[in-house]
Design a protein around this ligand. Sequence first.
Ligand code: COA
Length: 161
Amino acid sequence: MSETTILRRMEARDIELVTQIQEATFEGRHGAATGFTGLQLTEELVRPWSRLWVIEEKGWVHGALIAWHVVDEIHLLNVAVAPGAQRRGLARRLVEGLLSYARDEGAVQIFLEVRVDNLPALALYEAFGFEVLNERKNYYGDGASAYEMRLAISQRPALTP
Ligand SMILES: CC(C)(COP(=O)(O)OP(=O)(O)OC[C@H]1O[C@@H](n2cnc3c(N)ncnc32)[C@H](O)[C@@H]1OP(=O)(O)O)[C@@H](O)C(=O)NCCC(=O)NCCS
C-alpha cells in the first residue's frame, strides 16, 4: 500500500469503476453473481442507512466496501478489491475504516455473511477477529452455504501493527 492511498466515501462518479471491480471479482468466480450492479450501487448511495467507501491510489479506485448501519449494528455487505490490486493491504484498510467508523458511531457489533469456500475473505475477516456464529445452508443461488460472522466492537483498534 503506497503513501498515496486514500480511503474516502463512495460518490456517484465512482459507480462505473466500482461496478467493474464487482464484475471482475464476483461474477464467474463462484459460478453465481453476488456482486453489486451499477443500479444497485446507485440505490445504495441514497439509502439513509447505507455506508459506502472506496480506496484509491493516484486517483484510481481499486476497491470498495458497502455496509448498512442500523441503530447500533452494522452489516458488512460487500468488500472487493480489483484483482490487480489484491494482496497489498487494501481490503484490510477498508475494513479498518469500517471499524473506525463503527467505534466513532458507538456501534456494538458488525455482522456479515461469507461463502464457506471464500478462503481469502474468511482469512481477512478472521484476522480482524470476526467469529463464525452459524452456517446458513443454501444461502447463495448456486446452493452454496454461508457463514454468518460477528465482531463485537471494542473501543481499541482491532489489529495491532
Ligand atoms: C477478499 C478480498 C477483498 C481481499 O482483498 P485484498 O486487498 O487482497 O486483501 P488484503 O491484501 O488487505 O489482505 C488482508 C488479509 O486478508 C487475508 N487474505 C487476503 N487475500 C488472501 C488470499 N488470497 N489468501 C489467503 N488470505 C488472504 C490475509 O490474512 C491478509 O493478510 P496478509 O496479507 O498479511 O496475509 C479480495 O480477495 C476480493 O476482492 N475477493 C473477491 C470479492 C470477495 O470475495 N469479497 C468478500 C465477500 S463480500
